[in-house]
Design a protein around this ligand. Structure first.
Ligand code: EPU
Length: 294
């Protein structure tokens, strides 16, 4: 017992990731670490590297499809990395902070554009690494600086530059553990306009996406050329298509929902069917947007 990087503790703590993913699917990892500080994150990274144990980073588990069987290697959950510092020109939030919680206070905190991100679930770290967003705003728009630990266990800070964040990706994804991020404050922000933007975006999101279903959000990336994968899957007649407990959402066809105890295999088979049908009818080869752990 003792250190944050204790393997025996991490083995004892490991439980099915179904309880930590929005899909409600996922088996038990060999090791589960939950560090509370940057130093502890570094310790875990160093210990896993020394033991040659592969390490995966778990944020809110909202864009993730995890295999049912035992999962090889270690998982580092960022849930306990929570702090918030409100400074004059920025707000710094730990990676484990709730992103919807931040979005709902963005107008109050004078953070621009984040009021356009309601209905995006997850923790701040994961949302930054994946550059979540939508038609009313992207995380990248308000992000100033990212604090992370690299894969050798060295903490670093990086002022975000154009090009660091792309479409559902960033330079941090797979290359570092994001431990905190700071967001720009603009004291001249029109807070009422931001609150209206929040309400408008929330209403739009609720009417076009299956917000309360168990899912991992959009499954496929939109193909180049500005087309929506959802619209393409819909046009292929796949809404309501089902394998076991997994179904293509009748609300938005780029969502697969787990509405009846779906297994990883159900979702995987449905993904394969959607890809095949879309390729056969349109020639489009859809790429996965969700991260798959197996
Ligand atoms: N559409 C259909 N049928 C469908 C779904 C969409 O005809 O089943 C049509 C819509 O009516 C609309 C067009 O397709 O005319 C575009 O749809 P939408 O505005 O929902 O945008 P999207 O391109 O399908 C992207 C993101 C979403 C994000 C929305 C809104 C991707 C893969 N998806 O979807 O992100 O919420 O824009 O900004 O980039 C996610 O990443 O998990 C996600 C949900």
């Amino acid at each position: 017992m003792g250190s944050a990087a204790d393997f025996a503790d991490a083995r004892a703590r490991a439980a099915a990731l179904a309880g930590r993913t929005s899909f409600r699917i996922g088996g038990v990892p060999e090791l589960l670490f939950e560090p509370s500080t940057v130093a502890e994150v570094a310790e875990v990274v160093v210990a896993c590297k020394a033991a040659r144990v592969p390490l995966r980073v778990l944020g809110g588990g909202c864009n993730l499809l995890v295999a049912d069987g035992p999962l090889p290697g270690a998982v580092l959950a960022t849930t306990r990395l929570r702090h918030e510092r409100v400074l004059d020109d920025r707000v710094e939030v730990g990676a484990g902070g709730s992103f919807p919680g931040l979005v709902s206070r963005a107008a109050e905190l004078s953070i621009p554009t984040l009021s356009g991100c309601p209905g995006i679930p997850g923790q701040v770290g994961g949302v930054v690494a994946m550059n979540a967003g939508g038609r009313f705003g992207y995380v990248a728009d308000a992000l100033l600086e990212v604090f992370a630990v690299d894969l050798d266990g060295r903490p670093f800070a990086r002022v975000v530059e154009p090009g660091d964040l792309g479409y559902r990706t960033s330079v941090f994804l797979g290359a570092a553990v994001v431990v905190a991020a700071s967001f720009r404050r603009d004291r001249s922000l029109d807070r009422d306009a931001e609150r209206r933007r929040f309400l408008e975006a929330s209403a739009w999101k609720r009417s076009t996406q299956p917000m309360s279903a168990a899912s991992a959000g959009c499954v496929f990336k939109n193909p180049p050329g500005g087309r929506s994968a959802g619209a393409i899957i819909d046009a292929a007649g796949l809404k309501g298509e089902r394998v076991g407990g997994a179904m293509v959402s009748p609300v938005h066809a780029n969502y697969i929902v787990n509405d009846a105890d779906a297994t990883f295999a159900d979702v995987e088979a449905l993904i394969g069917r959607v890809r095949e049908r879309v390729a056969a009818t349109t020639g489009v080869h859809l790429e996965l947007e969700v991260q798959v752990w197996r």
